[in-house]
Design a protein around this ligand. Structure first.
Ligand code: HEM
Length: 228
């Protein structure tokens, strides 16, 4: 029987590929998302993390969450700081989150109330994503937005966990926390299902952002969303 970590990686691989190659991420990777579009993205992420991080803390003693929980991973303050730099102090009033981000936050609230172990899936999708692909994006975003782009530079704090050694340390700690989790078969299926749902919700968010950013139209890919 595969470990939960191995199942998550294998069973979300297709959706990861789709996220990476989708219109929005591909444009971000090419440095083609302008500052307004990028701030809209960060505003939506702020809503997502604003629901995720307090929920993880609330359920910090849960056996499916405790092994991966580390305050050093928290992104909410870094997102707020980047929005202040890139948009201005009144970002929270002036920028509206995407409807898909609000739906994502609702999903997180529901999961937190009904089945908090499923939050592990969202921590996996977000934090390992930020620690991996996010590191590629940091320099690209800095260049595209005309920012200095050095260590922890204003405007790119979202991607900054510390230097490369620290980022690697946090990644390894998350991965070994994940390996240490020993869910029963039902819990493992639920977490994998929730991770697929999390990628599906991201796909919806990226589609909306593609529209907002005026990226070329393409048929909407079918999105998997976790069962309620
Ligand atoms: C710009 C687009 C992206 C790039 C270039 C990228 C790149 C990467 C890379 C290089 C890894 C490391 C793979 C490994 O260690 O074997 C990774 C892992 C991961 N990424 Fe992405 N990624 C992108 C977008 C995303 C998005 C949008 C999400 C989530 C919505 C995401 C979630 C993840 C997760 C959860 C992992 C860990 C997989 C595992 O080892 O279990 N990535 N990504």
């Amino acid at each position: 029987m595969s470990s939960l970590a191995a199942r998550l990686k294998a069973e979300t691989a297709d959706m990861h590929r789709q996220a990476e190659r989708g219109r929005f991420m591909a444009a971000l990777l090419r440095g083609e998302v302008d500052r307004v579009g990028y701030c809209t993205y960060l505003r939506s992420l702020h809503v997502l993390y604003g629901a995720l991080e307090p929920a993880l803390v609330r359920h910090g003693a849960h056996p499916l969450i405790q092994p991966v929980l580390d305050p050093a991973l928290a992104r909410g303050d870094a997102l707020a700081a980047d929005l202040c730099t890139l948009h201005g102090e009144s970002w929270a009033d002036e920028l509206a989150p995407q409807p898909a981000a609000l739906r994502y936050a609702e999903r997180l609230e529901r999961v937190s109330g009904a089945n908090p172990g499923r939050l592990l899936a969202h921590a996996y999708v977000r934090y390992l994503g930020d620690l991996s692909g996010g590191q590629v994006l940091r320099r690209i975003v800095a260049q595209a937005m005309g920012l200095p782009g050095g260590a922890g530079a204003p405007g790119t704090r979202f991607y900054w966990f510390g230097d490369a050694a620290r980022t690697r340390e946090l990644t390894l700690a998350f991965r070994s926390g994940l390996e240490a989790i020993d869910p029963d078969a039902t819990q493992a299926d639920e977490i994998v299902d929730e991770a697929l749902g999390a990628f599906g919700l991201h796909q919806c968010l990226f589609e909306e952002l593609s529209g907002v950013c005026g990226l070329a139209e393409r048929p909407h890919a079918a999105a998997h969303t976790a069962a309620d």
